[in-house]
Design a protein around this ligand. Structure first.
Ligand code: ZN
Length: 424
């Protein structure tokens, strides 16, 4: 655990030879994905996650045919966080073959969606400057990672792509504590100092479960940004605050942000954060999953602290004869007064599946869904049972006295994300 430095400055000088003329006009620039901005919508965003978009590297361009050759210089590259207003990039860029005609910066917060801004030339300072100004619709919280590259072209038609640089969208206006572990980077504000380490410990404790259940760990460390102070929480959202939303997880940010109320820090660290990180895994390893008992029960499966004994509660529902069916439609609610039903009942389904078929059954089901197989078909393939038999065995395992009603062969329902005040 350490206090964070106030403002990262990056200064590097790069000489890059072997650049190319093949990039004509802005075509390659425009080919880069422009993701839709994250919003205050709680997890998940409506943005399908572009998991495998590789970050461009200089090699990609150097290998392009038709190079005329130019020696590029990138000097005094600087990233400035202007949190909460945004951030600014500036650098000196020169080509041996001609004047630089244009430049821009491309960045991402986590592997996936890339954003960009054109740079303008500041003649007085002899620098190219690109700015991103936060606004209510696309504001991002402090402490996201920013991985960026410069791109430029010169009058001779050569193009340049710098090595990626990693910085952070720092907030130097408040006292933050940064705690980095093997699995997560935690930022806390107006919270007891031990909270960051608790989160690190919790994610360490869950590491092997994540690894087994998904086949591998995330390719990067997700971030948990935890606000103890409401003023700070409101500030980053720049005027578009939904008071019912206490947390947001966005895989394109590689982060979950939480407004912490109360003092159950153990549940925050061991319950909420692993749950939210599981949603990031869902996006990374599966792509878009409709919001339902299926993905909320799955995220709940990764919690190392339960707010109460979920299994006992669901066994009680089963004993009372009120256990809803799962596989014939949208299943139990995850919203409103019964919001916990979907989480708790969904959790018991994943618990049954992995108790019966091993944790690898989780990975197999998710991989099939990623490959385009419908939910029920994926479950049938992995268990070797019909959907009816799956439902019946899960109900019997829970102690339900009656068997499942005959299921309708309906496709998986698509539901839109909404605010879930009681869930996570
Ligand atoms: Zn959730």
């Amino acid at each position: 655990m350490r206090k964070v430095p106030s403002s990262p400055r990056v200064a590097l000088i790069l000489l890059v030879a072997a650049v190319v003329a093949a990039l004509s006009g802005g075509a390659a620039f425009q080919a880069l994905a422009q993701g839709s901005a994250p919003t205050q919508t709680p997890y998940p965003t409506q943005t399908p996650y572009p998991t495998s978009t590789p970050y461009p590297t200089p090699t990609d361009e150097a290998e392009t045919a038709g190079a005329t050759g130019a020696e590029w210089t990138l000097a005094d590259d600087e990233f400035t966080s202007l949190y909460p207003a945004g951030f600014r990039f500036s650098a000196q860029i020169a080509s041996s073959a001609g004047d630089v005609t244009r430049a821009r910066v491309v960045w991402s917060h986590a592997p996936g969606t890339q954003r960009s801004r054109p740079a303008r030339y500041d003649a007085a300072a002899d620098r190219w400057v690109a700015s991103w100004e936060a606004s209510g619709g696309d504001a991002v919280p402090p402490w996201l990672g920013v991985i960026y590259t410069w791109q430029a072209t010169d009058t001779a038609g050569n193009s340049f792509l710098s090595e990626p640089v990693s910085v952070e969208y720092t907030d130097s206006t408040r006292e933050w504590t940064r705690t980095e572990g093997e699995e997560i980077i935690v930022f806390t504000e107006s919270l007891p100092e031990e909270v960051g380490q608790m989160v690190v410990d919790a994610m360490d404790q869950q590491r092997e479960l994540f690894r087994e259940a998904w086949g591998s760990l995330l390719s990067y460390k997700p971030r948990a940004i935890l606000f103890g102070d409401n003023e700070a929480w409101v500030e980053w959202q720049i005027g578009e605050v939904n008071p019912r939303v206490l947390g947001t997880t966005v895989s394109d940010w590689g982060a979950t942000v939480q407004r912490v109320s109360g003092n159950d820090y153990r549940d925050l660290a061991y319950g909420t954060v692993p749950h939210e990180v599981a949603h990031i895994y869902q996006d990374e390893f599966v792509g878009f999953l409709p919001v339902s008992w299926f993905n909320e029960g799955d995220a709940t499966f990764f919690e190392a602290n339960q707010q109460y004994d979920y299994l006992t509660r669901v066994r009680g529902i089963a004993a009372s004869g009120r256990l809803p069916t799962l596989l014939d439609g949208s299943g139990p609610s995850i919203r409103g007064i019964n919001a916990r039903d979907g989480y708790d009942i969904g959790y018991t389904f994943w618990l049954w599946l992995t108790d019966t078929y091993g944790v690898e059954a989780h990975r197999e089901v998710m991989q099939l869904i990623r490959g385009g197989v419908a939910r029920n078909a994926a479950l049938e393939q992995v268990t070797g049972l019909s959907a009816n038999e799956i439902e019946t065995r899960w109900r019997v395992w829970l102690g339900a006295s009656e068997v499942a009603p005959t299921l309708f062969p309906t496709p998986t329902m698509f539901t839109f994300p909404t605010v879930t005040p009681f869930g996570r």
